[in-house]
Design a protein around this ligand. Structure first.
Ligand SMILES: Nc1nc2c(ncn2[C@@H]2O[C@H](COP(=O)(O)OP(=O)(O)OP(=O)(O)O)[C@@H](O)[C@H]2O)c(=O)[nH]1
Ligand SMILES: [Mg+2]
Length: 328
């Protein structure tokens, strides 16, 4: 309230206090040092410049020395702005993954060893393991910290055709978890040849972020691809899987060393700003009046300053007056 720190820094203090691990602390410290402002301020400045140019034309047509801005001039600038916001958003998604953990869903037909894998990764007997097909009927969850990332693990009911009412509900939950996952581990059983159920699951997940993993490496009977990731959940031999996950997310771990947005509120506002700007660009591309586009640009601007907690403090017109020396 007294202008010593902005809203993003105040939020960082809260994150620092409630943060559970080193990753969160690191991101919060960056935000506390003004990292979020440093990322947002250039976007705000560019937008003021773009909107300023249009407003001058609309409100002060008598200023003949100010060139009339056309959509040909505006389009490259607005698109450049959109590119910047897209880059920041994609970096921020990585930051969020790093911060909240990767929602990792273990999928497979019954008895392939999904619950055994969950237990091996968590290093505790959390889920029930038996040789009866359909043992797991509900989602079982846990967190595991790998050297550079955290997994939010979810063990699911084995997917198969069944008449059992309870098991059916469990399988629906498995499928829902699959749709919400950041990463899917498709677990196959190396001690048997693949069945139709396995092929169906591979087909179902082919467009998702997934790792196909063969369990029961201690008892291989099936023909396996030469580059297959093989583990034995029962014997806690799961290093190949851990290495594969680490390699997959290596490119995201920069998010911990580089300032990005990790706060849900910031990311949501940034996405909104992007939507407004896309609408503005559409207006410009349709060749409509340039000033029609400013309505959406102003909404984008409001989103941006809302991130910094500056909404209502100083509006866009004040900002323009103070910079463009108009109406004086
Ligand atoms: N040989 C061998 N057996 C394993 C391995 N991992 C699990 N099993 C066995 O496979 C059987 C099924 O294991 P679970 O972990 O319950 O399998 P699941 O996929 O969770 O099965 P559902 O919950 O029924 O879908 C058990 O008898 C386990 O001991 C392994 O690495 N090697
Ligand atoms: Mg199970």
């Amino acid at each position: 309230m007294n202008g010593r720190i902005d809203l993003t820094q105040a939020e960082a203090i809260n994150d620092l206090i409630s943060g559970k691990d080193q990753g969160v602390t690191k991101v919060a410290m960056q935000a506390l040092r003004g990292g979020v402002r440093k990322l947002i301020e250039p976007l705000k400045e560019d937008l003021i410049q773009i909107i300023g140019q249009i407003e001058v034309n609309i409100d002060y047509p008598e200023y003949y020395d100010v060139a009339t801005v056309t959509e040909e001039e505006l389009l490259p600038k607005t698109k450049e702005w959109l590119t910047k916001i897209n880059e920041l958003l994609s970096k921020s998604q990585s930051g969020k993954l790093m911060r909240e953990g990767i929602k990792t869903v273990i999928l497979g037909k019954p008895n392939v060893g999904k619950s055994s894998l969950l237990n091996a990764l968590l290093e505790e007997d959390k889920a029930i393991v038996t040789d009866i097909e359909g043992t797991t009927r509900d989602l079982v969850e846990g967190y595991v910290r790998l050297p550079s990332i955290t997994l939010h693990l979810i063990d699911t009911a084995g997917i198969r055709e069944t008449e059992d009412v309870v098991e059916k509900i469990g399988i629906d939950k498995s499928k829902q978890a699959m749709n919400e996952a950041d990463l899917i581990i498709v677990l196959l059983d190396a001690s048997r040849e693949l069945s139709n159920e396995d092929y169906e699951l591979l087909e179902l997940t082919k467009d998702k972020v997934r790792l196909v993993v063969y369990n029961k490496s201690d008892d291989v009977k099936a023909e396996l691809p030469s580059d297959a990731i093989m583990i034995s959940a029962r014997q806690n031999e799961i290093e190949p899987l851990i290495d594969a996950i680490e390699a997959m997310y290596e490119k995201h771990s920069f998010a911990l060393n580089e300032p990005t947005l990790a706060n849900e509120r910031h990311i949501a506002l940034l996405k909104q700003a992007k939507e407004y700007m896309m609408k503005a660009i559409e207006t410009l591309e349709m060749g409509l009046e340039v000033d029609l586009a400013t309505i959406d640009m102003q909404s984008a601007y409001d989103c941006i300053i809302d991130i910094l907690g500056e909404k209502g403090k100083k509006d866009l017109l004040d900002e323009l007056f103070s910079r463009f020396c108009l109406g004086k």
